[in-house]
Design a protein around this ligand. Structure first.
Ligand code: F6P
Length: 359
């Protein structure tokens, strides 16, 4: 008998269920021995507090296209892992004892950066853990792709497409805030896919003079409107020069809900052009996974199942240079995959005339 646990941790995304379905189907179809499944509720919280459900393969059927997670999720910050909560529970020993009490042979953890750090910690404590790279942000080190990313790009692009009509009818500037946490993958891809004119990402700090100049160049060429895609983590050159502590202080002192309002106000004040903000927000994590995500999530799930049957634990499943790989967790944990400002897509976007506000 093989006993496995599954949990989904951190922000949800469209392809979590598709990934779990891949794990379960591949195990059922390829394991030489019967498999018992345990689903932990709300991420690591379920493992800490022993909140789990015994599940059957049926529970994972019909969920390929369902967004969110049938297990529920939550954020359990890595930096607080060794700090007992208000209830006094010591999280790491509690997780180990739930795993041991159930007699698990493997824990599949579907999560992003922070969650992978915790998975690595549990592997170091002797648990058999296999991580799967979930996040719309695509910022997980060790894999070229994360599941959730392409679906989020699709939604962000649809938002940019839809804003075009109003921007054009009214002759306005629009600043569209796109998710991505501290990196600019979704903004970059959706800006290219949606034909944006300006793209501001954290990896390429902007100068407002250059943004205004890009708007004026475009309007001088006869355009009636300008679309600016701004990452939620977009940084001005001045902000980029601040220490981490000073920057945090600056963000805390903001009176507007996010940077895009500051950008829009400054654009309107300096250009004299009517400027509006649009924020698709959490819709970028919602709905059904797109076809590419369904395929990639399924691949991740199947490869994770096969790794488990091979006894290859302490790894994350990743996609590197066109092939599915098992990457040691300690190589991945704690690192962020940023957009390389010199990468092909940035170079090609510049050739298209997209301004990054840096020149
Ligand atoms: O990591 C996914 C993500 O949607 C980021 O893009 C965003 O910064 C963050 O989560 C939002 O988190 P929350 O759902 O907790 O507001």
């Amino acid at each position: 008998m093989l006993r496995v646990g599954l949990l989904t941790s951190g922000g949800d995304c469209q392809a979590l269920n598709a990934t779990m379905r891949g794990i379960v189907k591949a195990l059922v179809n390829t394991s030489a021995e019967p498999v018992e499944f345990y689903g932990f509720e709300d991420g690591y919280q379920g493992l800490i507090y022993g909140r789990y459900r015994r599940m059957t393969p049926r529970d994972f059927s019909g969920i390929l296209t369902r967004g969110g997670t049938i297990l529920g999720t939550s954020r359990t910050p890595f930096k607080l892992l060794d700090v007992p909560g208000a209830d006094g529970v010591d999280k790491v020993p509690a997780m180990i004892s739930t795993y041991r009490d159930l007699g698990l042979d493997c824990l599949f953890m579907l999560g992003g950066n922070g969650s992978t750090k915790t998975a690595n910690r549990l592997a170091q404590e002797g648990l058999n853990v296999i991580a799967l790279p979930k996040t719309i942000d695509n910022d997980t080190w060790g894999t070229d792709m994360t599941f959730g990313f392409t679906s989020a790009v699709e939604i962000a692009t649809k938002c940019i497409d839809d804003i075009h009509t109003t921007a054009s009818s009214h002759g306005r500037v629009f600043v569209i805030e796109i998710m991505g946490h501290k990196v600019g993958w979704i903004p970059l891809y959706s800006a290219v896919a949606g034909g944006a004119d300006v793209c501001l990402i954290p990896e390429i700090p902007y100068d407002m003079d250059n943004v205004i100049a890009a708007i004026e160049r475009r309007m001088d060429s006869g355009a009636r409107f300008t679309i600016i895609v701004a990452a939620e983590g977009a940084l001005s050159r001045e902000e980029a020069a601040l220490s981490k502590k000073e920057y945090k202080k600056r963000v805390a002192a903001r009176t507007s809900p996010s940077i895009v309002y500051d950008i829009a106000n400054e654009v309107e004040r300096r250009s004299g052009r009517e400027t509006r903000v649009a924020i698709p927000g959490h819709t970028q994590r919602g709905g059904a996974p797109d076809a590419q995500d369904r395929v990639f999530a399924t691949q991740c799930g199947v490869e994770a199942a096969l790794a488990c049957l091979d006894g290859a634990f302490g790894c994350m499943i990743g996609y590197v240079d066109g092939a599915m790989k098992r990457i040691p967790l300690e190589e991945v944990a704690g690192k962020l995959k940023r957009v390389d400002p010199a990468c092909d897509l940035v170079r090609e976007a510049r050739a298209l005339g997209i301004s990054f506000g840096d020149a």
